[in-house]
Design a protein around this ligand. Structure first.
Ligand SMILES: Cc1cc2nc3c(=O)[nH]c(=O)nc-3n(C[C@H](O)[C@H](O)[C@H](O)COP(=O)(O)OP(=O)(O)OC[C@H]3O[C@@H](n4cnc5c(N)ncnc54)[C@H](O)[C@@H]3O)c2cc1C
Length: 461
């Protein structure tokens, strides 16, 4: 075990904080530099009147036991909450109607979400062979080939916007949905793979994304990174924007010197290791002088703009039951927003009992052009459509919006070239580690998993 080694961690989002916690426990001297004035990164919770507003992730999926372990270790058990049973039900909009996304054979046969031809096409999946060029396929090509156009349009297209705010024609199946890709690659098909994959996951004590429990915290998602940060003693410096990293020689050894800006002044300090968890475009600026090729790769990663629109109504004004997670809107339906989460139905403590809270998503990789429209008009359009779908006649009692100019990294076609370059960079620059949501998955669960794997790589170094 390497004790008393020092490490500077760039960024206090969930990726940086989880790794910092394990490294501190292992005896490393840690220092986190964060440009904002609080921990959490994309996990941002605010409250107003009785409304608890998550502007970033509204929930996470417990796809790994690491999340529960971390929660327990930091003594945050009583704060973790799971989604209500009813929120297993999800809706998809088709022809201005909300249809339940079927989860079993009999609801699938009965649903009007898919046509008879669309359903029959799905049954052909086990007989479709492997693709020649599977590696460089978009999720749209992959799904169209295996499951047909209608399943792509009314299941995968909305699902992809729900997870990545992404465009299925550009996202790489191999990089963005590695488990789906593996099902074909290893088992020859999705149905065959799902049966065998379930057995493998059982052995690894992992949960599939379909069966993993959805969690949040009593005081919202940001309370979790805040609680981790509180266990990191005083090792986080806020309002410190990292500018540069370079290798320097100190007596007989070399160290990594980090320069950062705080209060208009430039400061620096040195450490044995660097773990960067800041977004790809920022990492490009910080590490670009060490390796311009790395900067080129990082800058190519597209982060589409997304507007999060949080709205609340009195329950009495909502003309349909709030009996699910919310709904997603396929591109074909041509609306001004991607979907809506029925936030107060999923978790308790999101607003007073006589009110209901909703989170809408606008834009994403599918429709970044929407932001050419004036903000007020855009909000008005989305709100009108939402009210029509939900049969609401009244005006909202709260509207809050948050614009994410660069929301979520898109693992688009060719992402494998970036991934290979990241591996090469780490080999050529021993002591620097790259992590964060542009590597190994964008979900909160994936970020925690990736943090553990980078932690292991660091301690084995
Ligand atoms: C709108 C939205 C909704 C989402 N919904 C979900 C969801 O429902 N479920 C889910 O699982 N995931 C969701 N995600 C994805 C998930 O929240 C993120 O992928 C994850 O939180 C990223 O964590 P991270 O630590 O890797 O990066 P970040 O959270 O981005 O953290 C990086 C940190 O680096 C800091 N930083 C940047 N530049 C510098 C610098 N130069 N110097 C120092 N610090 C710097 C930033 O301020 C930030 O704190 C959502 C994301 C967004 C944006």
């Amino acid at each position: 075990m390497t004790k008393n080694k020092s490490i500077t961690i760039l960024g206090a989002g969930i990726s940086g904080l989880a790794a910092a916690y394990w490294l501190q426990k292992e005896g490393y001297e840690i220092q986190i530099l964060e440009s904002r004035n609080e921990p959490g990164g994309a996990m941002q919770t605010e409250s107003e009147n009785s409304f608890l507003i998550d502007f970033g992730p509204n929930s996470g999926l417990e796809t790994t036991p690491l999340i529960r372990q971390l929660v327990e270790e930091i003594g945050f058990n009583d704060e973790m909450i799971y989604a209500s049973e009813i929120s297993n039900k999800r809706f998809i909009l088709r022809d201005n109607q909300l249809h339940i996304l079927p989860t079993g054979l009999s609801p699938f046969l009965r649903t009007k979400l898919f046509s008879v031809q669309g359903k029959l096409r799905l049954f052909g999946e086990p007989f479709i062979g492997k693709s020649e060029d599977g590696y460089y396929q978009s999720i749209a090509q992959f799904v169209k080939r295996r499951l047909g156009q209608e399943f792509l349009d009314y299941a995968i297209d909305p699902f992809v916007s729900g997870v990545f705010a992404g465009d299925p024609h550009r996202l790489s199946v191999k990089s963005a949905f590695p488990k789906l890709y593996r099902l074909e690659e290893i088992y020859g098909g999705l149905v065959k793979g799902m049966i065998k994959g379930a057995r493998e996951r059982k052995k690894r004590a992992e949960e599939s994304k379909q069966s993993a429990k959805m969690f949040s915290f009593v005081d919202g998602m940001q309370s979790f990174p805040k609680a981790i940060a509180a266990r990191l003693k005083n090792n986080i410096l806020f309002n410190c924007t990292v500018k540069n990293v370079e290798l320097i020689s100190m007596s007989n050894e070399s160290k990594w010197k980090v320069s950062y800006e705080n209060n208009g002044g430039i400061h620096d300090f040195s450490s044995d290791y660097i773990l960067s968890t800041v977004p790809a475009y920022t990492t490009a600026d910080i590490l670009g002088r060490l390796d311009p090729g790395l900067a080129d790769h990082l800058k190519e990663i597209y982060y589409p703009p997304v507007m999060v629109l949080y709205i609340g109504f009195y329950k009495k004004d909502i003309g349909r039951p709030l009996d699910g997670f919310g709904f997603l809107i396929p591109s074909k339906e041509k609306k001004n927003f991607l979907g809506a989460i029925w936030s107060s139905t999923i978790f308790p403590n999101r607003c007073d009992d006589d009110k209901a809270a909703f989170t809408l998503f606008v834009g994403g990789a599918r429709s970044p052009h929407l932001f050419d429209t004036e903000k007020e008009i855009l909000i008005d359009n989305a709100l009108k459509e939402f009210k029509q779908i939900m049969n609401i006649k009244a005006e909202p009692i709260i509207i809050k919006e948050r614009m994410w100019q660069r929301a979520i990294p898109q693992y688009n076609l060719g992402y494998i070239e970036h991934e290979n370059y990241f591996d090469k960079f780490e080999k050529e620059n021993p002591g620097i580690f790259l992590s964060g949501n542009y590597r190994g998955g964008i979900s909160v669960g994936d970020c925690v998993k990736n943090s553990e794997s980078v932690f292991k790589r660091i301690i084995e170094n």
